[in-house]
Design a protein around this ligand. Sequence first.
Ligand SMILES: NC(=O)c1ccc[n+]([C@@H]2O[C@H](COP(=O)([O-])OP(=O)(O)OC[C@H]3O[C@@H](n4cnc5c(N)ncnc54)[C@H](O)[C@@H]3O)[C@@H](O)[C@H]2O)c1
Length: 360
Amino acid sequence: MHVFTSTEGQDAAAHEQVVFCQDQQTGLKAIIGIYSTALGPALGGTRFYPYASEEDALRDVLDLSRGMAYKNALAGLDHGGGKAVIWGDPQRVKTEPLLRAYGRFVQSLGGRYYTACDVGTYVADMDVVARETRYVTGRSREHGGAGDSSILTAFGVFQGMRAAAEHTWGSPTLAGRRVGVAGLGKVGKVLVRHLLDDGAKVVATDVNESAVAFVRQTHPQVDIVPDTTTLITSDIDVYAPCALGGALDDDTVPILRAKVVAGGANNQLAHPGIEKLLADRGVLYAPDYVVNAGGVIQVADEIEGFNFERAKLRASRIYETTRDILRLADTDGVPPAVAADHLAERRMAEVGRLRSIYLG
Ligand SMILES: NC(=O)c1ccc[n+]([C@@H]2O[C@H](COP(=O)([O-])OP(=O)(O)OC[C@H]3O[C@@H](n4cnc5c(N)ncnc54)[C@H](O)[C@@H]3O)[C@@H](O)[C@H]2O)c1
């Protein structure tokens, strides 16, 4: 079944469909993973990345597509979970023909999978993909798209953080709290603005000098620290990971000073068991895929004909969803990450089951 090289040993058993796509002329090598369509067509972005091996690309698409099923379920969307990876260095191999070849493979799935932007793909790329398929979101506003999804991602993270603040300190505001933001990219810099508007003090870091320079210029009141270790060991109430995955691991959790973790990054828990380590240390973790769903809410809205206010209203409900999950976690005596998984699985099962009712 695999066209690139052997991938024996990979477990795709839980996924509905995994499609390998190849076009030798353009150099396209893509894998589309559909974890579940129980709630509707799968929705998730396309990651364009120079994986070391086909195994790495396959592992990533399997993990990411599964994660999207959970994220979309708790975001209240009528979408299942899917994701795609294009294996290659986008700086070197991304071309119009390659993106269009990819678009044709997306189209060939007949709407079982809708794509969007992810690491290595941008709004302009989705406009190109859209020339071959109608099953694409994250296009530019000029092409009827929702544009940059990080606007509502940051807004949603802020809503989830408010719920975590209420759960911890009794009031849904960050006013007077010190929040540490690691990563001042598309999501992090917008989150900083929401936090300052709410009356929080912000301390931040980024490895990229231009990202730091932008925040220094726009928000001179933000304290910049040299690195993430300095950030998480400083006197902060909330830690907001907004850079890459794996921010919470066996080294970072023991030295965290924050009482709350809520941030935009995907896959913050480095491995299973970290959620328990956080709970044992008395750190409240607002599950990443719950609080960072604003972006997928934004692009899902595009399928109906994008309306920013409608999408924003839906993203604002991340506050209630996070609050309910934190309460459920307390009631059930489990970490919030476990409570979130249970709720997502319940919605997929209960709403997904309705499709078994025969429509004449
Ligand atoms: N953009 C979205 O709509 C969206 C939606 C959901 C989740 N996410 C996730 O949020 C995170 C941020 O996304 P983004 O769109 O802002 O990406 P981005 O690339 O614009 O920003 C990431 C920033 O993190 C910085 N960074 C990288 N390594 C770092 C380190 N070790 N310490 C400090 N800073 C570091 C980078 O320099 C960059 O400025 C990612 O994990 C992404 O998967 C984004």
